[in-house]
Design a protein around this ligand. Structure first.
Ligand code: IMP
Length: 194
């Protein structure tokens, strides 16, 4: 029987990306699938802290094996901003287009456009709590390209590629992305420990 694992997200883009990386031995469900319609508060001031908050919420309220991810875009010339505040960079509406516009403005005239996506996945399963990091380095281009993916994908060019994340399909992005790398570590751990 497949292992049922909750991915603590309401974000359908993230869910589809991660589901595509799961082996047949894992049945991945999201928050809606378990009847959780709340927006889990992300009040920590680190990516690790927010991932843990979301995993703890599911453990405490639903007592199911679960993991949560939190991601930030860290831009070198902005001293790592927007980082843990990436979702609300341009305000509380979490508007992806406004976030990209604000970032492009902040980088206007700056020579160094290097950046990285950093994901941390927090797993909570059978009394064990473990974190898995994933980083993808790249650069911020000057204007959005592509209509796949979500968030900052249209302005992020991963290192070694000439397509933005938004010009790649789910599988291509999943192979090289921050989240894909963290998920690979999580799957190794689950394989070796459960
Ligand atoms: P969170 O992990 O959902 O809190 O994401 C924080 C912010 O980063 C949000 O604005 C997301 O849209 C953005 N984000 C998270 N993951 C990705 C990604 O894989 N590509 C582009 N933007 C992302």
């Amino acid at each position: 029987m497949a292992l049922k694992l909750v991915f603590a997200t309401h974000n359908q883009h993230k869910f589809r990306e991660v589901k595509a990386l799961m082996p047949a031995t894992i049945e991945l469900v999201n928050l809606t699938d378990i009847g959780c319609f709340e927006d889990i508060p992300e009040t920590a001031d680190t990516i690790e802290g927010n991932a843990q908050l979301k995993a703890d919420f599911v453990r405490n309220h639903y007592d199911l094996p679960c993991f949560a991810d939190d991601t930030g875009l860290e831009v070198t010339a902005l001293d790592g901003a927007p980082g843990v505040y990436s979702a609300r960079y341009a305000g509380p509406k979490k508007d992806a287009i406004a976030n990209m516009e604000k970032l492009l403005e902040a980088l206007a005239g700056k020579e160094d456009r290097s950046a990285q996506f950093k994901t941390v996945i927090a797993l909570s399963m059978e009394g064990k709590e473990v974190m898995f990091p994933g980083i993808c380095q790249g650069t911020i281009i000057h204007e959005p390209k592509g209509d796949q993916g979500f968030g900052y994908d249209p302005i992020f060019l991963p290192e070694g590629y000439d397509l933005t994340f938004a010009e790649m399909n789910q599988e291509e992005k999943g192979k090289i992305s921050h989240r894909g790398k963290a998920i690979a570590l999580l799957l190794d751990y689950v394989r070796n420990n459960f």
